[in-house]
Ligand binder design. Structure first.
Ligand SMILES: NC(=O)c1ccc[n+]([C@@H]2O[C@H](COP(=O)([O-])OP(=O)(O)OC[C@H]3O[C@@H](n4cnc5c(N)ncnc54)[C@H](OP(=O)(O)O)[C@@H]3O)[C@@H](O)[C@H]2O)c1
Length: 418
């Protein structure tokens, strides 16, 4: 017996997640859900289910008034936005997993939901199987979230685990991730940190009420991590994780970044390995909560999409509570304690440091330990060039009230490190 309205679904995309979603619907009894049409890009590709379901004409879904829900699972953010917009204008509810599309068009998508009074849900876009967005909206509804910290990209976590635990080089670990199906054929979105920045932009809005475009977030990836960096981390009895981290300050502003970090063995995130994701959320009343689960893959992602479909059936829409509480902005005025290594010392811009604690040069590898203002890093690119890697050594969000470090120049450093 079901009292839920029947959802007639137009599915956009039949790739890893689309196929997973289709199979999950078929294997879930009691759902009052029918997938009526599947829109794909390449009509000639062989499919493993009834060929009559497929079309490459999106109008077959948009113009079909019986289809009341669109599930968008395509891999092209630009095309996805155009399709999602048209679906909402037609009064159809939309479920999506497309973090790039959502992060880049957040305000427009909020407007469309309001204008056409249709649900638009996207739980699968952030950490796939971890039920975090509705949790932030509902469970943390009346508790202020003070901080969010976590591993939000499964491919990079898999690669880093292999580099640290199995001593693979970056390219060997990337190949292993691609073989295991955890990285795209073109992995730039993952390994350069764009995917994590997209997800974090969505999490910051739902968790901390801070709306920022991903390009406004200080972030990098893991492409330049060298064997020497791995050796340094192991020598210090630390591991390396690409961490997304944000903290709300008493004035309501938010300090945030997505950067590789050295983390200690007693940090619970240290033990989150391979393709797993984890998030630590701290509320004023609730205290610290940890969520851990699969951050990618057909069924973990499809399960989140399915959960959104069930929520659409109940008429659920995100209330965007945190965004309504207090409009908070991002501030990059805090200091980051960093380790920056380079194959040539001159690649490290010493004048950007506020404080230098240590400089070392050995066997052609140079590194500097010190503090740099986040805003300084956001406005420069020298630390992202080939041969240079940056790691946060301690997450403190310290106020930038140190005097400028004028005392050491690159030339002097070269002498120090001889
Ligand atoms: N894979 C994961 O673990 C995961 C996890 C979380 C979120 N996501 C998100 O889920 C979405 C889908 O990812 P995926 O891994 O399933 O991608 P995928 O395997 O590459 O599949 C993409 C699908 O989209 C179709 N498509 C591409 N452009 C289209 C267009 N313009 N019109 C209609 N169909 C189009 C493709 O059609 P053809 O089959 O004809 O080529 C294909 O079926 C992405 O936004 C991704 O970021 C993925």
């Amino acid at each position: 017996m079901t009292h839920q309205p029947k959802l007639i679904i137009g599915l956009l995309g039949y790739g890893v997640v689309g196929k997973g979603f289709y199979n999950a619907v078929k294997q879930t009894p009691g759902l009052n859900v029918v997938i009526k049409k599947i829109v794909i890009k390449h009509r000639a590709k062989a499919r493993d289910v009834d060929d009559n379901l497929f079309t490459d004409d999106v109008e077959a879904v948009l113009q079909d008034d019986e289809i009341n829900t669109v599930v968008e699972l395509i891999d092209d953010a630009k095309a996805a936005y155009a399709l999602v917009k048209k679906a909402m204008e037609k009064g159809k509810a939309v479920v999506s997993a497309n973090k790039k599309m959502i992060a880049e068009n957040f305000e427009a998508l909020m407007y469309l939901q309001k204008q056409y009074r249709v649900p638009f849900l996207y739980e699968a876009s952030c950490c796939a199987s971890i039920p975090i967005l509705r949790c932030l909206e509902e469970y943390f509804a009346f508790d202020e979230v003070k901080s969010i910290k976590g591993i939000i990209n499964g491919s990079t976590n898999f690669i880093l685990t292999k580099m640290l635990n199995s001593q693979l080089s970056f390219s060997e670990a990337l190949a292993a991730a691609q073989k295991a199906g955890f990285a795209e054929a073109n992995p730039a979105l993952d390994v350069e940190g764009h995917d994590a920045a997209n997800k974090f932009s969505i999490l910051l809005a739902h968790g901390l009420g801070c709306r920022v475009h991903p390009r406004e977030i200080l972030y990098s990836g893991i492409t330049h991590i060298s064997k020497a960096d791995i050796d340094y981390a192991l020598k210090e009895k630390k591991t390396i994780k690409l961490l997304a981290s944000a903290q709300k300050t008493t004035d309501g502003s938010v300090r945030a970044f997505v950067l590789p970090c050295f983390i200690r063995q007693d940090d619970e995130l240290c033990h989150v390995k391979n393709e797993l994701n984890a998030l630590e959320v701290e509320g004023v009343f609730l205290g610290r909560q940890i969520f851990k689960g699969k951050g990618a893959g057909a069924y973990p992602t499809a399960a989140a999409v399915l959960s959104d479909v069930a929520a659409v059936q109940k008429g659920y829409q995100y209330p965007y509570r945190k965004l309504q509480e207090k409009s908070t902005g991002l501030k990059n005025d805090f200091l980051l304690d960093v380790y920056i290594s380079a194959d040539q010392l001159t690649k490290i811009k010493i004048s950007d440091f506020k404080r230098i604690k240590e400089v070392q040069s050995r066997l052609g590898i140079h590194y500097v330990l010190g503090s740099i203002e986040a805003g300084k890093l956001l406005n420069t690119n020298w630390w992202k060039q080939k041969g240079v890697s940056l790691f946060v050594t301690e997450i403190t969000y310290a106020q930038n009230n140190l005097p400028v470090s004028q005392s050491v120049t690159t030339n002097e450093l070269a002498e120090i490190s001889m």
